[in-house]
Design a protein around this ligand. Structure first.
Ligand SMILES: [Ca+2]
Ligand SMILES: [Ca+2]
Ligand SMILES: [Ca+2]
Ligand SMILES: [Ca+2]
Length: 402
């Protein structure tokens, strides 16, 4: 029975992908990663947006407060949301509202009125711009439904996230530009890492800002996690200098520690066999995927390379897709023959197997994991660059394990 269900799942995915157009750049497809084996997780793809433009980022969030997790997304020009469970699209900010391109977003109820707001980074494609603003969701029936308020500006602003780095239970807005100010052709000073505190009146008050540090080049992404046992979160940046953790002391000074060697460009936290693993794309926009295993007693996590043949690896996400209690790693890449695949590793970070999820139909710019239909099985949402689409990959793995 199980093998039969698995075969149907693979056929369904293959049929869906057959209808996809090849990305415009495809002539002779570049050789891609090899060595894929079937399942066991089964997925059904649903395309919720076509002709979306460059799908720079997707994030989860309950926009309308009905306890169902919706999906927010940005193209270069628009901020939109897709409402669960039917994924109807609503434009929050139409083209022309922000300085093109939108590049990063982080939902949070910024003014504490119970309605989800959105912090948004834009100005990506213009020289020496980089704008930071928040988008307030007004009460239902109000015109306008959403309003934009500026926060700050930083050249090459690239990734933002909310994290509680001082342990006061209220998250700060963390901002990571890709480069330092004045960088040209990737040559220049290190990029800053910035922390903004939400003021009492975020519509009118200035947002207090702290510089956590200025040490990374090609600071492509970061995450927040609690590395130790205190209340506050630490930051882990992925950049040319490797994986670096950042910890704030009570006096507002920051200490940084190298925790992973290499030159990674993305980073996501997973757990296998009770051990924490950090996955990266390496190098920045590169062909490789590495997994770093936490090693008690030493700051440096142990690195294992599990993939070397991607074209422009760009997005990662960990979840327990097969229900065995260990997380697997979803990986998305772009250009050449793009795609999404799932990698199975052991608790040391060594590759056990990998399965293709989308072979050519998703030029992956961003990817998130989460349970988007409340059935207890983690799904995957990805947004495309050349394919200009957004897909949900519904996890339909039979619940026979665990
Ligand atoms: Ca909702
Ligand atoms: Ca709000
Ligand atoms: Ca698993
Ligand atoms: Ca699900």
């Amino acid at each position: 029975m199980k093998a039969h269900a698995l075969a149907i799942g693979i056929v369904a995915l293959a049929a869906l992908d057959a209808g996809q157009q090849a990305p415009p750049s495809a002539g002779t497809p570049a050789a891609g990663p090899a060595g894929f084996t079937p399942g066991p997780p089964t997925f059904r793809a649903q395309e919720i947006a076509k002709d979306f433009g460059v799908g720079y980022a997707v994030v989860p969030g309950d926009v309308n407060g009905d306890k169902k997790t919706d999906i927010l997304a940005i193209s270069g020009t628009e901020l939109v949301w897709f409402q669960a469970p039917n994924w109807e699209k609503t434009v929050i900010l139409p083209a022309g509202t922000t300085t093109a391109d939108n590049v990063t977003l982080a939902p949070h109820d910024i003014d504490g009125d119970g309605r989800l707001d959105v912090a948004l980074g834009a100005g990506w494609t213009r020289q020496n711009t980089g704008t930071l603003q928040w988008v307030k969701q007004n009460a239902p029936g109000t015109t306008p439904a959403w309003e934009v308020f500026p926060i700050s500006a930083e050249p090459t602003l690239h990734r933002i996230k909310w994290a509680d780095v001082d342990g006061d239970t209220k998250p700060e807005l963390i901002v990571a530009p890709l480069h330092g100010k004045g960088t040209t052709n990737a040559q220049g000073p290190a990029a800053r890492l910035l922390v903004f505190k939400t003021p009492a009146n975020p519509k009118t008050d200035p947002w207090p800002m702290e510089v956590a540090g200025e040490a990374n080049h090609l600071q492509h992404n970061f995450l927040a996690m609690n590395i130790d046992t205190d209340a506050q979160q630490e930051l882990v940046t992925a950049g040319h200098e490797g994986l670096t953790s950042w910890k704030r002391a009570k006096d507002g000074t920051w200490a940084r520690t190298a925790i992973g060697e290499g030159s990674p460009g993305e980073v996501k936290l997973g757990r296998v066999g009770g051990r924490r693993l950090l996955a990266t794309v390496e190098p920045w926009h590169g062909a490789g995927v590495a997994v770093y295993a936490e090693k008690p007693g030493t700051p440096l996590w142990t690195k294992t390379t599990i993939e070397t043949a991607l074209t422009q690896g760009h997005a990662l996400g960990w979840a327990d897709f097969d229900g065995d209690g260990n997380e697997e790693l979803a990986v998305g890449w772009r250009s050449g023959k793009p795609g999404v695949a799932i990698y199975f590793v052991d608790r040391d970070g060594a590759l056990k197997s990998k399965m293709m999820l989308d072979d050519g139909g998703m030029d992956t710019e961003d990817l998130i994991v989460g349970d988007f239909n409340g059935d207890g099985r983690p799904d995957i949402v990805a947004s495309g660059r050349a394919t200009r689409n957004i897909k949900i990959y519904w996890n339909e793995t039979p619940r026979t394990q665990k």
